[in-house]
Design a protein around this ligand. Structure first.
Ligand code: HEC
Ligand code: HEC
Length: 339
């Protein structure tokens, strides 16, 4: 789009806003007794914009908000919040002042081919996660200082969640919502009885299982789901997975399970990853994919991590399948629970 058209689009947006404000003032001044019929322009200005400056309050995590979000409200929200002035949302839709937004969730930052993004947005690594989208829509200029998106932000977390829910539906395979923060492990039933019970001969038999064990999860993991997760989560933006595939931002991942850390000859790994000795075990991959920066502080892999243990297991099962001779699955541990 040339700058002339951009100017026109911006002008149209501004004029619409001014006309609306004007009509509001006039109708107030006249104190018209009857409701105005068929107002020509109906643009709800984003009223949250000033509220965005208000003192920050602790917000519930986006995973929690998404659980009660409503994509229909979000679809209405992108109109009332003015997003539609700059964005199209349909598959294959044209860029306006801003890029088309179909498939943006789970896509890389700056996901629309051929759209001239700002350097700051293009410089953001990794896919648009729900958390990132939530930050962005709260205040674009804070998330990406210097962004071209001239939009103050949406202060209301519920409204953001509805819009994010709507954005997430704009895909052939919508990215699953993040898991809400794990519930506390259930307290042992009949807590009061514990004190009265005779001392247990065995030391507390069941120390709480560390989350769900990767070995257990791998037993029921889904290779195909893992494969599609590598698309949805954006791994494919940086990695190839086929035998002999080229390195991208990250190394080719064929045969990584059971291979040494930094398994691709000639790829320039970070010192942090090269320093890890021994092969990639399932347990280590599980830790790595949970939070790369925690497993190998200083790693070059700019990826926040996969919080959902089941999704991690699926991805690891898929990685395992990328071999002529896949590593054996971990022996399923015999359940030792009495009864
Ligand atoms: C005044 C025009 C304008 C308005 C209004 C606007 N945007 Fe944008 N938007 C842009 C521009 C321009 C960019 C590209 C930003 C850059 O390159 O820094 C963008 C980028 C984005 C992106 C990133 C796209 C990608 O491919 O990475 C998302 C998501 C987005 N906008 C969502 C929204 C939503 C949701 C709203 C309404 C709450 C909204 N925008 C309102 C102009 C606008
Ligand atoms: C933004 C780019 C990027 C994304 C997205 C990304 N990676 Fe990586 N990945 C890298 C880089 C760079 C390295 C090398 C890390 C280092 O040297 O510290 C790497 C390393 C790895 C390794 C270790 C490879 C080896 O040879 O030891 C694995 C496994 C891996 N990534 C899996 C994944 C998976 C699975 C995903 C998606 C869930 C993913 N990566 C997403 C860039 C990325």
């Amino acid at each position: 789009m040339d700058s002339m058209e951009i100017n026109k689009a911006v002008a149209a947006f501004l004029i619409a806003g001014i006309a609306f404000m004007g009509s509001g003032l006039i109708s107030e001044a006249l104190v018209h007794p009857k409701a105005i019929k068929g107002t020509a322009i109906k643009v709800d200005l984003p009223s949250e914009q000033t509220a965005a400056a208000a003192a920050p309050e602790a917000e519930p995590p986006i995973a929690v908000l998404l659980a009660s979000a409503d994509p229909a409200r979000g679809e209405a929200g992108v109109k009332s919040a003015g997003c539609v002035a700059c964005h199209s949302f349909n598959e294959g839709g044209k860029a306006g002042v801003g890029p088309n937004l179909y498939g943006v969730i789970g896509g890389p930052h700056g996901h629309m081919e051929g759209y001239a993004y700002s350097a700051v947005l293009k410089g953001k690594q990794g896919p648009w996660t729900y958390e990132a989208m939530n930050e962005w829509l709260k205040k674009p200029s804070a998330y990406a200082p210097g962004t071209k998106m001239s939009y103050a932000g949406l202060a209301d977390p519920k409204k953001r969640a509805d819009i994010i829910d709507y954005l997430h539906t704009l895909a052939k395979e919508p990215v699953p919502f993040p898991a809400a923060p794990a519930q506390k492990a259930a307290a042992p039933a009949g807590g009061a009885a514990v004190a009265a019970a005779p001392p247990n001969p065995a030391p507390a038999a069941a120390a709480p299982a560390p989350a769900a064990d990767i070995n257990v999860l791998l037993a029921s993991a889904d290779v195909d789901a893992g494969k599609s997760s590598t698309t949805k989560l954006g791994c494919i933006a940086c990695h190839s997975f086929n035998e002999g595939g080229k390195n991208g931002v990250g190394p080719n991942l064929y045969g990584v399970v059971g291979a040494q850390h930094g398994h691709v000859d000639g790829y320039a790994y970070s010192a942090a990853l090269k320093a890890k000795s021994g092969p990639w075990t399932y347990a280590e991959l599980n830790e790595w994919l949970l939070k790369p920066s925690a497993y190998a502080p200083g790693t070059k892999m700019s990826f926040a991590g996969i919080a959902n243990p089941k999704v991690r297991a699926d991805v690891i099962a898929y990685l395992r399948s990328l071999s002529a001779n896949p590593e054996p699955l971990p022996a399923a541990e015999a359940p030792k629970q009495p009864g």
